[in-house]
Design a protein around this ligand. Structure first.
Ligand code: NOJ
Length: 584
């Protein structure tokens, strides 16, 4: 046994075996993204390779074998650029380098290549709506003063009233509070105001300026040249603002909101698509689009715009067969005309972990209602989160898994207040717990913190609960009933079962005759997924049980799901419009 094997921790790189057992993805496969499983790595909290308490690229590189064993096709990395971290890295100082705490550009290049050798593509986060106040463009704009060309790359504006001390608009920030901050002129007098849809440390760029457009297209090329397979586009529906600066509601009608979902955005993404399409192997554009009107949402997915966008409608829905079915049906129907696959997302670095969310009385997600001290039933939440994982893994389209959901991690709701860094927390005056509770470093092994996240004796940047000793990768790898092994089995079957590749979905209305709160669908003739979202056990439909989220004994318990191999095709199904025709 060599020393590498002796020192390898659970989930650490499986090395050469891993390479041999799964071929590198072919850059010639133009459709890889349509049903891909994409794992979201929040670098800061994934694995700490150098023992400073912060996750880093060295840590990710030692754990690639874990991701390969999990069965993912791609990794989406949250922003990894140099940043003052006013918003967890979504305040970018330099889009062409790596944050020194995370590593170097050379390490990122090595990581991209090593992941690809294991069959895993890399998607990076681009942040086009705003930059860091420390970015050279903004510093130059501040120094140059009012009326300067440097300021035209941003939204600088005089204030209202005689002294210019009135705010230019009353647009509300996604992080609550005002969206304009007043500057001080180089001579010390009060100056213009600048726009920031998020924190004051994140000034918004002016997308009507040619420099801004050119710069971002060059950033895309910079990373595509380094082998990244796609970009996740942050705040993708916010880039364009109405230059008249009307208040919200002053102009009515679709596309008339002053800061959101404006029609001019589509030109931006058409240009980006042309940049991406110039590369071999399909470089994908994935939009972070919070637009409630589903037809306006899918308009971004027309064949010459983005490839996919996060399906937040499903994520926000309350637990229940009817609400899930409604969301799935609407999603598939709206995607079909544009030929784009839907995405399925249970959580990410911004939202409450499913185990906690689904254990609450109110299981729907909304940012503004987040509060401390909302009771949750952890066992109920865990059962539902496992069932939901099987449900979404069986749906047509691509699947996103946020790091730690495969371990069934709960939201950490008792972080010491003085350690919370998220601006959503402190901009709410401390009422909103913020998002750090889903960003706590992962537990890999051992009985005490930092649970293999970093070397023994180091302290992770956010404290991990002591109870996470029961949720480490090491513990779960040894437990056949663990959430980790459920995810591994589901992703392996998803890869093996031909129906789950691209077969359309058909609702199976009488899978369990007379049962309420059951959701069942078929993919092709031979596969079915049944979710019991109700409070009573229901009879399992006939068929070979392939996988279940909990132990079953002839019946499907409440809050559980099963995958079945059907012997004879069911007779009663409802077809759903589905985007099964591959698009190049
Ligand atoms: C969406 C990102 O997911 C979130 O984390 C960030 O705070 C905002 N966009 C602003 O960049």
């Amino acid at each position: 046994m060599d020393s590498d094997v002796l020192t390898r921790q659970p989930g650490e790189n499986a090395g050469a075996d891993a390479v041999a057992s799964r071929p590198a993805p072919s850059t010639a496969d133009p459709l890889w993204w349509r049903s891909a499983v994409i794992y979201q790595v929040y670098v800061r909290s994934f694995a700490d390779g150098n023992g400073d308490g912060t996750g880093d690229l060295a840590g990710v590189r030692t754990r690639l074998g874990y991701l390969k064993d999990l069965g993912v096709d791609a990794i989406w990395f949250n922003p990894w650029y140099p940043s003052p971290m006013a918003d967890g890295g979504y305040d970018v100082e330099d889009y062409r380098d790596i944050h020194p705490q995370f590593g170097t550009l050379a390490e990122a290049e090595a990581l991209i290549a090593e992941a690809l050798a294991l069959g895993i593509r890399t998607i990076i986060d681009v942040v086009p709506n705003h930059i860091s106040e420390q970015h050279p463009w903004f510093q130059a704009a501040l120094a140059a003063g009012p009326g300067s060309p440097d300021r035209e790359r941003f939204w600088f504006h005089p204030g209202t009233g005689e002294n210019g001390d009135g705010i230019p608009t009353h647009w509300v920030s996604s992080f609550q509070g005002e969206t304009w901050t007043r500057t001080t002129n180089p001579d010390g007098t009060p100056g213009e105001w600048y726009l920031h849809m998020f924190t004051p440390e994140q000034p918004d760029l002016n997308w009507n300026h040619p420099d801004v457009r050119r710069e971002h297209e060059e950033i895309l090329r910079f990373w595509f040249d380094r082998g990244v397979a796609g970009v996740r586009i942050d705040s993708a529906a916010l880039l364009i603002k109405d230059p008249d600066l009307p208040e919200v509601g002053e102009k009515e009608g679709p596309g008339q909101h002053p800061t959101e979902d404006r029609d001019e955005l589509h030109d931006v993404y058409r240009s980006w698509r042309a940049v991406a399409d110039a590369y071999p192997g399909t470089r994908v554009l994935v939009g972070e689009i919070w637009v409630p009107d589903i037809d306006r949402f899918t308009a971004y997915l027309r064949p010459d715009e983005m490839h996919t966008a996060f399906n937040f409608d499903f994520l926000a829905r309350p637990w229940g067969a009817a609400s899930f079915r409604d969301s799935i049906s609407q999603t598939l129907a709206a995607h079909a005309p544009v030929g784009a696959p839907s995405t399925w997302v249970l959580s990410n670095h911004d939202v409450t972990r499913p185990v906690t969310r689904y254990g609450r009385e109110d299981t729907a997600f909304a940012f503004l209602k987040k509060r401390f001290g909302v009771p949750t039933d952890p066992e109920l939440g865990r059962d539902r989160a496992r069932a939901a994982a099987l449900l979404v893994a069986a749906l047509p389209g691509s699947l996103y898994i946020y790091q730690g959901d495969e371990l069934g991690l709960p939201e950490v709701e008792d972080l010491p207040r003085d350690l919370i860094e998220d601006p959503m927390h402190y901009r709410s005056g401390g009422i909103d717990p913020g998002r750090d509770g889903c960003r706590v470093p992962l537990p890999w092994s051992g009985d005490e913190a930092p649970f293999g996240f970093g070397a023994a004796g180091t302290r992770a940047w956010l404290p991990q609960p002591a109870a996470w000793s029961a949720l480490t990768v090491e513990t779960q790898e040894a437990d056949p009933r663990s959430t980790l092994l459920l995810y591994r089995s589901a992703l392996r079957l998803r890869r093996e079962l031909i129906e789950l590749a691209d077969a359309p979905l058909a609702w199976w209305d009488d899978a369990v005759p007379g049962a309420r709160d059951v959701l069942a669908f078929r993919r092709g003739d031979g596969f079915a997924c049944v979710l019991n979202a109700g409070e009573d056990p229901v009879a399992l439909p006939p068929g070979e049980v392939l996988l279940t989220s909990t132990e079953v004994d002839g019946s499907l318990p409440p809050n559980s799901a099963a995958w079945l191999r059907l012997q004879t095709p069911p007779v009663s199904t409802t077809n759903t419009p589905e985007s099964s025709a591959p698009r190049g």
